[in-house]
Design a protein around this ligand. Structure first.
Ligand code: KDO
Length: 331
């Protein structure tokens, strides 16, 4: 399906729900609403933990939080569509997924763009973000409540070969999630990207169907990728994020007080997850070394130069709002 077709059918789907006056997720005013959250992440991932321990209790007076982990309710990458169609209330979505519907979001998928977790927060809160959030809300029926820090993505390989520059990745089958923006990042790094869902990585590493994958250190530990790989190359090629995505239809059914509670719960959960993820990133290098993996820093300048050039010359860059790269860099 093309981006345009996907977008058109999704937008038609949300419009139909509105026209029918259907209530999504919300029942009668007296009842608690159910907030189903679907993610490919595990239950022990810090974003999942933050939502379960900070978000859920904060909204418990009027909502039952119902998380579904490991892509058990919706496949990775289909959650936004599920929210737009009224089949899901919440997810942790990526800029790469949003970019399949709204190409301008590809700006946030560019390697070596966000500097760190703090920079991500500033970008999400910036004035120039408001029209983008509004567009997602108006056209897809999805509210982006907060930005969650996933961490700095590093290469994690089952092959022994030392990787110093992008040229060393030639022919390396690097698993990336299955959308254009992710595949482009794999290519920009110099590798041969292979699209695969998150839940299939471990087996693909184990069987040798792929040579490696990229994820932040806390994810590598949480999903035990160290058991089936030999090295971690600290490229830090993407300071990765996820947005807390919430059904606009459900939001509109809440009272102003409840809306404020949901917003604060999302902000607090994002902050809690961010701090825990940062702490883990700082301590995990030693964990992997103790497990027998090589952990080293390659020629970051060589990676940065190649990746930034690839993005600036790409078709993605044509969809980026005028001057936004400079505004992001200036924050
Ligand atoms: C992944 O598939 O590698 C990725 O890290 C991409 C993220 O955007 C996010 O979907 C994440 O998986 C899942 O939440 C699992 O951690």
């Amino acid at each position: 399906m093309t981006t345009t077709t996907t977008r058109r059918s999704l937008l038609a789907g949300s419009a139909a729900l509105v026209a029918l006056g259907l209530s999504v997720g919300a029942t009668s005013a007296a009842d608690k609403i159910t907030i189903r959250m679907s993610t490919p992440a595990t239950e022990t991932d810090q974003r999942s933990v933050a939502l379960a321990t900070v978000f859920a209790p904060a909204v418990a007076d009027f909502a039952t939080y119902e998380p579904h982990y490991n892509a058990s309710l919706f496949k990775q990458g289909t959650e936004l569509e599920a929210i737009a169609r009224g089949n899901l209330e919440m997810s942790i979505t990526s800029a790469q997924e949003l970019a399949t519907i709204f190409p301008e979001f590809s700006i946030f998928t560019a390697g070596y763009l966000h500097r760190d977790a703090e920079h991500q927060k500033k970008v999400f809160a910036a004035d120039f973000m408001a029209p983008l959030k509004q567009k997602v809300e108006d056209e897809l029926g999805v509210k982006l409540l907060a930005v969650m820090y996933l961490g700095r993505r590093q290469l994690n390989l089952r092959i022994d070969k030392e990787i110093r520059t992008p040229a060393d990745l030639a022919g390396v089958k690097l698993r990336m999630p299955g959308s254009d923006a992710w595949q482009f990042l794999g290519k920009a790094l110099g590798a041969s990207p292979v699209p695969l869902a998150f839940t299939e990585i471990y087996t693909a590493l184990q069987t040798g169907a792929i040579d490696g994958q990229d994820n932040p250190l806390p994810t590598d530990r949480d999903s035990k990728f160290y058991e089936v790989t030999k090295q971690i190359v600290l490229t830090s090629h993407l300071v990765d994020l996820n947005y807390i995505a919430f059904s606009k239809k459900v939001w509109d059914g809440l009272t102003p007080e409840q809306q404020a509670t949901v917003q604060k719960a999302a902000d607090d959960a994002a902050e809690s997850g961010r701090q825990k993820q940062l702490a883990l990133e700082a301590e995990l290098e030693q964990f992997f070394k103790d497990k027998g993996l090589k952990v080293y820093t390659p020629d970051i300048d060589a990676f940065r130069t190649q990746v930034q050039k690839a993005y600036l010359e790409s078709d993605f860059a044509k969809s980026w709002p005028e001057g936004m790269i400079d505004k992001i860099n200036a924050l």
